[in-house]
Write a protein that binds this ligand. Sequence first.
Ligand SMILES: Nc1ncnc2c1ncn2[C@@H]1O[C@H](COP(=O)(O)OP(=O)(O)OP(=O)(O)O)[C@@H](O)[C@H]1O
Ligand SMILES: [Mg+2]
Length: 263
Amino acid sequence: MTRIISVVNQKGGVGKTTTAVNMATALAAIGKQVLVIDLDPQGNASTGLGIDQAKRVHTSYDVLIGNSTLEQVAVKTAIPRLSVAPATIDLSGAEIELVTMERREFQLKQALAPMSAHWDYAIIDCPPSLGLLTLNALTASDAVLIPLQCEFYALEGLAHLLKTIKLVNANLNPRLSIHGVVLTMYDRRNKLTEQIEEDVRGFLGDDVYRTVIPRNVRMSEAPSHGKPALVYDLKCPGSQAYLQLAKELIQREKQFTTKNAAA
Ligand SMILES: Nc1ncnc2c1ncn2[C@@H]1O[C@H](COP(=O)(O)OP(=O)(O)OP(=O)(O)O)[C@@H](O)[C@H]1O
Ligand SMILES: [Mg+2]
């Protein structure tokens, strides 16, 4: 069975795409078959994985509206075992088209149902909103991964996101679990960072990953080379942190699957 994990935060620029791309790369590096589903019309995950616009002939939009299967849309990246269902700006139209569809929150789940067992993980990179695209991702997922930037408004946004996840749990997808919150662009020199970390850990306890992702300029350079930071500069502190995060994720995966098997 493919495990489907959505990377979600309605706040823009908090490190969703960076997290999706580098976690996917780390999982592929340890031998997993991984598919990144780019569900953001900005197409940043596709660009960050080196897929030019010209290669985005069939996209996640086609999957969502039922025109293509994932297998038809998935493009191999330069990284062994890592493919991507790319996105273009067309996807912004899907949000509007979905509105009139029956069971509109279930379209992606339905499209992913026949997904080939070939993939161990599908990582969905969500847009910065809690609109229908993100709701489709949450409805189709086993777990969410929430990147959180340590800044003043972060907690307000997080409370709203957690409420939405609860609603999805109650109405659309009871199996959805919070895989964890990961603190991104972490800057130890900033006093506010420490304060917010304390608040988030106090509020969510073990749901917050122990690993934090430091602010690191190499991370922001990588996408312009069409490479995940893990490939662009494996040794930089940001890449090392994502490797560590992948280890933690795998450990949690084991706990989740044991818990589910026992339930
Ligand atoms: N650890 C980091 N250190 C430095 N820069 C980073 C780090 N993580 C991400 N960035 C940079 O911050 C910007 C925002 O990151 P990213 O695109 O991953 O966020 P996002 O949440 O996906 O944004 P959007 O909401 O627009 O989809 C990018 O330019 C990215 O390269
Ligand atoms: Mg993004």
